[in-house]
Design a protein around this ligand. Structure first.
Ligand code: URA
Length: 212
């Protein structure tokens, strides 16, 4: 296979099926070297939030600020994400868990390529298996394509729930897209209002938000 330079398909060593808690998984994932991204970044950005979260948000990959701090969504897009969460009545460490499709910063903040997404997929899948969220928000096309539909278009899929087993998945725009094009904020707000409604339905009927 074209991406098997790192022996991804036949490498039985990267078996994460035995991990059943996030802290131990994080230690293991921080040793990951399955694609070339790891050699070009400072460190693995595993993700953060409440390990008991019913709501998981998935972005694309760490940027420069995230690589520097070792935390997801801490740059400008992250600050906007925190504001969106706040108006929804969510707080990243109590209601949510935030992670990315790839855990290592792609050079120059380019979009991760297929080989990198495939290489990192066991890490992401293991996180989701352990977290078992009720609601998964896909932030942008990379998350949509990695987790739902490799050919998915965010402009077409956003705002529509996809149900996989017990999990409700909401694709929406990436906060960085909102910074580039503020016209997308209105639709994004509609999507997050749906997330709040679903959270009330599935998790906490008394969930408070001053705005919706
Ligand atoms: N953009 C992402 O997709 N993820 C981050 O963690 C930061 C910016």
């Amino acid at each position: 296979m074209f991406f098997d330079e790192h022996n991804l398909l036949s490498n039985p060593v990267w078996d994460l099926s035995g991990f059943d808690n996030l802290a131990e998984l994080e230690v293991k994932v921080k040793t990951c070297n399955r694609c070339a991204l790891r050699s070009g970044c400072r460190g693995v950005v595993f993700g953060e939030g409440s390990p008991k979260a019913n709501l998981v948000l998935c972005g694309e990959g760490p940027g420069a600020d995230e690589d520097l701090q070792g935390r997801p969504f801490v740059g400008r897009a992250g600050q906007l994400l925190d504001k969106i969460l706040q108006v929804c009545g969510f707080e990243r460490f109590s209601h949510a868990y935030i992670l990315n499709v790839v855990k290592c910063r792609p050079p120059g903040n380019r979009t991760p390529i297929a080989e990198e997404i495939i290489a990192c997929s066991p890490n992401l899948q293991a996180q989701l298996r352990i977290l078992k969220p009720k609601i998964l928000v896909l932030l942008g096309a990379a998350a949509l394509q990695a987790l739902l539909d490799p050919k998915g278009k965010i402009t077409r899929e956003r705002g529509n729930w996809v149900k996989k087993g017990e999990l409700y998945i909401m694709p929406t725009y990436h906060p960085a897209a909102l910074l580039r094009n503020p016209n997308l904020k209105k639709e994004t707000w509609e999507d997050f209002k749906q997330v709040v409604a679903k959270y009330r339905e599935l998790v906490d009927p008394g969930h408070y938000s001053a705005y919706c």
